[in-house]
Each structure stands twice: as structure tokens, then as C-alpha cells.
Design a protein around this ligand. Structure first.
Ligand code: G3H
Ligand code: 13P
Ligand code: ZN
Length: 380
């Protein structure tokens, strides 16, 4: 059943766990995410970033897709989530990740997304408030939940907190939430995007505590979100490199630190890189164990892309010619089914693991489910 993130945040606050929010770039990943969340009886957040929507919309050069192309991707993705998830017994939200403009956020709401993020963190504080307020007003009319962002995710060098901190200031967070009425706030406290977060990253979880305390004092109910939170486990990097990949200086956020952050009050944790890494490992392993499938031209092409650029771990690079089959409900050929299975298994393995670690396992049944129409009335 589809719903916004609002009922999920309410429960996560009450039962003190975090929702993993998982980025997808294909229908196979949507199917896999729903399947494993069902097995673990967990609420589920599936995320499509702007680039993902461009890619799903059919554009190989997905960083440069137009609003119309992204809108096409949004509609396709929302369709896939409905097909696999509408009759599911777990609550599922389709969330826009890092929406950068009002137009993109509006397109997501209009396309069937049930939750959105407006990322105004690169703008001035006042401009960020203005665009976030505008987006929130629009989204809440349709019962769609909104996440804003304050602070810049730069990361820190070896535990040193720089003098000019780009971390989120708790008092700014209070003002921002009061004025924008967002349901959730992405903060900066030491995480960063990608597979090179640095060695021995130490999160400043007292920032989470401070923001949480300030919200409590002011009776604000926004939930705290942690972006750039992939684990980038040593074992997966090692496996990829042993299978022919070339990942250098890889490093992520250890689960132990994320658990401390959850204790301090983080309620949504964004993960994309880990899914990409597991997918890369699975495909390299498939080609090694079943070289016969390389006789298939399309599969051989994936293999060549991976071989020519062993540092690439974003599946959108090596699967760039497969957009039609990544966005189709049709049965694949017997050979291509093996590729699909590798992609699906990767998503199921890492998402399942994080559902357990973040504590959302078995929480689906406690959600106070409401439709978007009901939520729209509540916001009014
Ligand atoms: O935080 C960003 C997400 O990992 C999305 O990445 O823009 O490469 O799709 P993307
Ligand atoms: P990672 O790159 O750490 O997976 O972060 C993903 C993210 O924050 C998506 O918004
Ligand atoms: Zn992010």
C-alpha cells in the first residue's frame, strides 16, 4: 500500500528506529526492494533522484535530461511502484531524492510520488527557506510529505571539525522548520555522498542530539535525515577488486556509527552507493562463474564496459544500453534473466541487511496508515 512518509516518521519517532531510504534506477530494483521489505515486514522508502528519473526516462546522458524527460521517468517509476507495491501489505513511499527546483518537485507530486525532497542547501538561507516553503505548500495540498536540507555535506578530514563548519546549526534548523513546515530535515553532521567518504569518518552525532532537543523545546515535529550514509564495507570493495574492479580509497560510514546516530534521533537514512557496489560485485561474479552468458551480445557489452572502465561502479554506466529492459515489465530472455537476478539479488541483500540494522524490521504492522487524501486533510 502506498502512502507518504508522514505515517512512517510518526512511527519511527515513537519506536526509535530509522527508515532506510533506497535509491533505485531500474524496475528490477523496485521489485527487489519491495520483495525484501515484505519478507521483513518493514515499511519501505524507494527513492528516485533527478538523474535516476532522467535515466529511467530513457536518457543515457542522464545528468543532462530535460524536465520532460525526468517527468517521463517519474511516471514510469511511479507505475512500477504501483504495479509491484499497490496491493502489498507493507506501507511504501516513493520519494524524490534531491529535487533541485520547484518544477521538478511539482512534476514528482503530479507523477505519483508520495514524498519529495527539495534540496535548497546550496542556496542562501533565505532562498532555501523560500523555495522549501513554496514546495511544501504545494506538496502538502496533495498529502505528499516533504524533506528539506540545511547544511552542506562536505565531510571532514580525519575527525577534525573545521573552523568554518558547514554542519547544520541547530538554531538555524529550528527557524527553517518553523518557516517551511517540512516533515523532515536532512542535516550535515559528517556524512558525504559516494564511495570515497574518507578513512575513519567520525560522525558528529551531538549535532543530531542538539537539533532534536531544540525541536522538542519548540514543539517541532520534523524528523532528522542522514544522507550520504552508505557503509562501503571493506569486504565488498575487496570482492569487487578481486573480481577485476579497481576501486581506490573507498570508505564509508560504519554501521556502528549509524546506530549511534539513530539513538541520537536520526529517522531516515539514505543509501545509494552500497546498492551500486553490491550490483557491481554480483555482475562481476556472474560473468566469472557463468562465462557462457557472454555469448549473448548485449551481455557481452556489459562485460566490456566493466572491463574498459574497472573504476566504474554506477550500474547506469555499464548498463547504459539496457534502459529499455531496465524499465520494462516484460519477461527477459533466459540469459538476460540471469543479469536481472544478479541486480535483484544485490538490492535484496543490502536492503535486507540495512532493514535489520536500522531497526525497521517487523514495524510495518504498527503504521497508522492513511491515504494521501486523508493526509492532505490533516495538513489543512
Ligand atoms: O544523493 C544522491 C544520490 O546518490 C543520487 O545520485 O544523482 O547519481 O542518481 P545520482
Ligand atoms: P550514499 O552515496 O552514501 O549512498 O548516499 C546516498 C544519498 O544520500 C542519497 O540521497
Ligand atoms: Zn543525498
Amino acid at each position: 500500500m502506498l502512502t507518504s512518509m508522514k505515517p512512517m516518521y510518526e512511527l519511527a519517532e515513537e519506536m526509535e528506529f530509522a527508515l532506510g531510504a533506497f535509491n533505485v534506477n531500474s524496475f528490477q530494483q523496485v521489485k527487489a526492494a519491495i520483495r525484501i521489505a515484505e519478507i521483513y515486514n518493514s515499511p519501505l522508502v524507494i527513492q528516485g533522484a533527478e538523474a535516476a528519473n532522467g535515466f529511467i526516462g530513457g536518457i543515457k546522458d542522464y545528468r543532462n535530461s530535460t524536465l520532460d524527460e525526468k517527468k517521463r521517468g517519474m511516471e514510469l517509476l511511479a507505475n512500477a511502484v504501483r504495479k509491484y507495491g499497490e496491493n502489498s501489505l507493507i506501507p511504501i513511499a516513493l520519494h524524490l531524492d534531491h529535487g533541485l527546483s520547484f518544477e521538478v518537485c511539482k512534476a514528482a507530486v503530479d507523477s505519483g510520488y508520495t514524498s519529495i525532497m527539495i534540496d535548497g542547501s546550496s542556496k542562501s538561507f533565505e532562498e532555501n527557506i523560500e523555495i522549501t516553503r513554496e514546495v511544501t505548500e504545494y506538496a502538502h495540498k496533495y498529502g505528499v510529505s516533504v524533506e528539506g536540507e540545511l547544511g552542506v555535506l562536505k565531510g571532514v578530514e580525519d575527525n577534525v571539525v573545521s573552523e568554518e563548519s558547514t554542519y547544520t546549526h541547530p538554531l538555524d534548523a529550528v527557524k527553517f522548520v518553523k518557516e517551511t513546515k517540512v516533515d523532515a530535515l536532512a542535516i550535515s553532521y559528517g556524512t558525504s555522498h559516494g564511495a570515497n567518504k574518507g578513512k575513519n569518518v567520525v560522525l558528529r552525532e551531538p549535532i543530531v542530539t542538539a537539533i532534536k532537543e531544540c525541536f522538542l523545546h519548540e514543539n517541532l515535529h520534523a524528523s532528522i535525515v542522514s544522507h550520504g550514509s552508505s557503509n562501503v564495507e571493506e569486504h565488498i570493495v575487496k570482492e569487487i577488486n578481486e573480481l577485476g574492479g579497481e576501486l581506490k580509497n573507498a570508505g564509508g560510514i560504519p554501521i556502528k556509527q549509524l546506530k549511534t546516530a539513530i539513538k541520537a534521533g536520526v529517522r531516515k537514512i539514505n543509501v545509494d552507493t552500497d546498492i551500486r557496489l553490491y550490483t557491481t560485485r554480483n555482475l562481476l561474479r556472474l560473468f566469472k562463474n557463468d562465462p557462457d552468458i557472454l555469448k549473448d551480445e548485449a551481455i557481452n557489452e556489459i562485460y566490456n564496459f566493466m572491463k574498459e572502465k574497472p573504476s566504474a561502479f554506477d550500474p547506469r554506466y555499464y548498463l547504459q544500453n539496457l534502459i529499455p529492459s531496465l524499465t520494462s515489465f516484460e519477461e527477459p530472455t533466459a540469459q538476460m534473466a540471469k543479469v536481472d537476478k544478479a541486480v535483484e539479488d544485490a538490492a535484496m541483500e543490502i536492503i535486507g541487511k540495512l532493514i535489520v540494522e536500522f531497526g525497521s524490521i517487523e514495524k510495518a504492522k504498527y503504521i497508522n496508515y492513511r491515504t494521501l487524501e486523508e493526509l492532505a486533510k490533516e495538513y489543512k
